[in-house]
Design a protein around this ligand. Structure first.
Ligand SMILES: *[C@@H]1O[C@H](CO)[C@@H](O)[C@H](O)[C@H]1NC(C)=O
Ligand SMILES: *[C@@H]1O[C@H](CO)[C@@H](O)[C@H](O)[C@H]1NC(C)=O
Length: 422
């Protein structure tokens, strides 16, 4: 709330501004604390005219007494307001679960302090933006993983970064996103002689040697292909055997739509797209064959996903789904997503994601929901409700059952067209 982020040159600057809402709440709190205390003061100082004759005899003395009593009370009230405000702020913080990053803690990496240092603008306040200082951009949830963050920021400046891709990934999964920048050289992997020209690269087996296995249980693709990585990626790194090389061109059931059919629904307007949790990038590869440029969002969970997608000559986007998409409004012709939309938690969590998908999709663009696994009726209802709310045109809508793990599972596939809203 009240923090705006914008790019300046190659860095990110931020400024904070109390919103009208926060000041209004603060004002209201102050007012209520004041009135409560004034009532208390009144009740405290007011006494029925028991000794009124006595009081009349010593009016000056009484007035003095009254004044000192009042000033004593006022200072008490001020103290109470102060502690109430502090308590309120603390409660608010605890309620949200966010604390500000406290770099004064012992064992805080020096590099973290340096990175977070604020720098005043040399010419004072910028008249256009109102910014007064440059602030490094780092996820506020990083404060919840201070120890790990300090570990991440503990390295030799100008030297080689530690082999800690798994730490970075863990931090991101805990909401520490974006990560702070570092002043060390990331480990390089030689890809010389192991990459193919595009578009051949899209279907060539990727060598074990050109991806990083740091922090992963498997250390080669033989191991990886023997296990299921996530709901949407069953052996998805095996581009030769299995189903991966048939996905989107040959369906296994009525829930599997084919690329040509879906592209036909979008007319000629499909040129760029976003694939959410796109596994090994096969959707982007099939789309590239149709001259559609797709960017694949993926984390390296259990697999060297980003390296793999890049090796295929496709564009990987390393970020979690908790992060606002780093794209402008109304830019994509197509967004493709599957079971990754099941973000868990309260229905609002799904709404935040769906609204962001809606935001980056242009009017008339397609949202392809591909085999969303409805683990419960509630999941299906929540998702359907959000879709209904958006008023998308249902070009295709299929609810099918598949037998998985011995029991029947319900899947929802749909092609939806974003309406023009006025
Ligand atoms: C002092 O306070 C008493 C009530 O506690 C009131 O009756 C009295 O008039 C006050 N005296 C002056 C001079 O204000
Ligand atoms: C792949 O890794 C596994 C252990 O993860 C190992 O046992 C196996 O020998 C490796 N295979 C190849 C071909 O390197």
């Amino acid at each position: 709330m009240g923090s705006v982020s914008l790019k300046i040159g190659d860095g990110t600057a931020r400024f904070r501004r109390a919103t009208i809402c926060t000041s209004a709440v603060n004002g209201l709190m102050l007012f209520s604390v004041l009135t409560t205390n004034l009532f208390a003061l009144y009740a405290f100082t007011y006494s029925p005219s028991r000794n009124s004759s006595n009081n009349l005899q010593y009016p000056l003395h009484q007035a003095h007494k009254n004044m000192s009593l009042i000033s004593e009370q006022v200072s008490l009230i001020m103290k109470e307001i102060e502690t109430s405000q502090k308590k309120l702020a603390q409660m608010e913080k605890e309620l949200l679960g966010y604390e500000t990053i406290d770099v004064s803690r012992p064992n805080t990496a020096n590099e973290l302090k340096k990175f977070l240092q604020r720098h005043s603008l040399p010419l004072g306040k910028d008249s256009k933006t109102g910014i007064t200082e440059m602030v490094a951009s780092v996820g506020h949830s990083c404060s919840k993983s201070m120890e790990m963050l300090s570990q991440y920021m503990n390295y030799k400046v100008n030297g080689q970064c530690p082999d800690d891709l798994s730490v970075a990934q863990k931090l991101i999964s805990k909401g520490c996103e974006p990560l702070p920048r570092r002043r060390c050289f990331a480990k390089t992997i030689s890809k010389v002689g192991n990459l193919y020209p595009f578009p051949t690269s899209m279907w060539k087996t990727v060598s074990d040697k050109i991806v990083s296995w740091s922090g992963l249980a498997c250390k080669n693709f033989t191991c990886l292909n023997a296990k299921k990585v996530g709901k949407d990626c069953g052996k998805c790194f095996d581009l030769v055997n299995g189903y991966e090389n048939q996905r989107f061109v040959k369906g296994r059931g009525k829930n599997d739509f084919l690329i040509d059919d879906v592209l036909g629904m979008g007319g000629d307007g499909i040129r760029i797209g976003l694939d959410i949790a796109g596994g090994s990038g096969t959707f982007a590869a099939r789309m590239a064959e149709k001259n559609v440029n797709v960017i694949t969002q993926a984390l390296n969970i259990e697999a060297p996903t980003n390296d793999f997608i890049a090796a295929r000559g496709l564009f990987p986007l390393f970020m979690s789904l908790d992060h606002r998409f780093p794209f402008y409004d109304n830019v994509f012709d197509l967004v493709h997503a599957g079971s990754a939309l099941d973000v868990g938690g309260k229905p609002e969590k799904l709404e935040f994601l769906m609204f962001d998908i809606d935001r980056v999709l242009k009017a008339g663009g397609l949202f392809w929901l591909d085999n969303f696994y409805c683990s419960t009726d509630e999941k299906k209802r929540d998702l359907t409700r959000v879709i209904e709310k958006f008023g998308y045109k249902k070009l295709k809508w299929v609810i099918g059952e598949k037998v998985g793990a011995g029991k029947s599972e319900v899947y929802l596939s749909a092609v939806l067209q974003k309406p023009v809203r006025t």
